[in-house]
Design a protein around this ligand. Structure first.
Ligand code: NAD
Length: 258
């Protein structure tokens, strides 16, 4: 049976991308888009008369995909919890404690998943980075280099931090072991630290490379994003997963069977 999908943040860059892919997927029935202006998906340039609403519909059993804004997230989660709707949220910037509390309420009734990066390849990289760090041990120096377009306002990227966090968790280290760039007389490299380096240039969508360098050899674990569709594909895969998984809190690792 087709999953019933409500897209919250439908008029945004991610919302449009997800709706475009969902319209072409016979396994997905789009119930509605939700954003600040009512109408139909035609207003977004999509070939569909599915309605655009300004408030979430009450549709028990449906999945809400949310790519909107941190300030909107609590009400979206509360609506899902109230009406037994599953939730897949890619919205970033929500305080972790608030996110946990809101997702727990949804998870009591339906599937709930939030991930700061839904790209399938990136989530596999998180897992492999953790495995590499653990297997290689203390004698390998780890450095993470990321590159993004020249309009990006923050550094390091959330994805670079995601790679770092996966390594830290796997090796019993903390964010205090991360070193942002290096400058001036830094002294020799401290064993166990992880250097984080950010390049900003042109229209790069997002490149990440983790270096694992031991005496006489190195491993480079890299990911290159070609476009935003990778996040949309991951979100739809997550939506299919939570729709079939029943109540509970899930991660992208669950979705990907990692
Ligand atoms: P965007 O600004 O293009 O779109 C956001 C949309 O949400 C807009 O159309 C806006 O009108 C709508 N919106 C905001 N508040 C709303 C509210 N209260 N009610 C209804 N609609 C509301 O942004 P984007 O690039 O599509 O990104 C959206 C979010 O997803 C951001 O938090 C971004 O960081 C995040 N993001 C996550 C991933 C991931 O893989 N998890 C990938 C890309 C972007």
């Amino acid at each position: 049976m087709a999953i019933q999908l409500v897209m919250h943040g439908a008029a945004g860059r991610m919302g449009r991308s997800i709706l475009g892919l969902a319209l072409a997927d016979p396994g997905i029935a789009i119930v509605a888009g939700v954003d600040r202006q009512a109408g139909t998906l035609r207003d977004l340039g999509l070939a569909s008369d599915v309605p655009m609403l300004t408030a979430l519909p009450e549709k028990p059993g449906a999945v809400v995909i949310d790519f909107s804004h941190a300030t909107a997230f609590p009400a979206v989660a509360a609506h899902c919890a109230r009406h037994g709707m599953a939730l897949v949220s890619g919205t970033t910037g929500v305080a972790p404690a608030d996110q946990d509390r809101a997702l727990a309420a949804v998870a009591a009734k339906a599937g709930a998943l939030a991930a700061p990066n839904m790209a399938i390849g990136v989530n596999v990289v998180f897992r492999i980075a953790a495995q590499l760090a653990k297997a290689l041990g203390d004698d390998f120096d780890i450095e993470i280099v990321e590159a993004h377009h020249n309009q990006k306002v923050d550094a390091p990227s959330g994805t670079a931090l995601g790679i770092a966090d996966a390594i830290l968790a796997a090796t019993g280290r903390t964010r205090a072991d991360l070193v942002d760039g290096r400058h001036g007389h830094t002294g020799p490299r401290r064993k166990g630290e992880i250097g984080m380096h950010a390049l900003r240039m042109g229209d790069v969508v997002g490149d990440h490379t983790a270096y694992f360098v031991g005496g006489g050899e190195r491993i480079l674990l890299g990911h290159v994003a070609h476009g935003r569709e990778i996040f949309a594909r991951g979100a739809l895969r997550a939506a299919r997963f939570v729709a079939g998984a029943g109540p509970g809190r899930y991660t992208m690792a669950d979705v990907l069977g990692l």
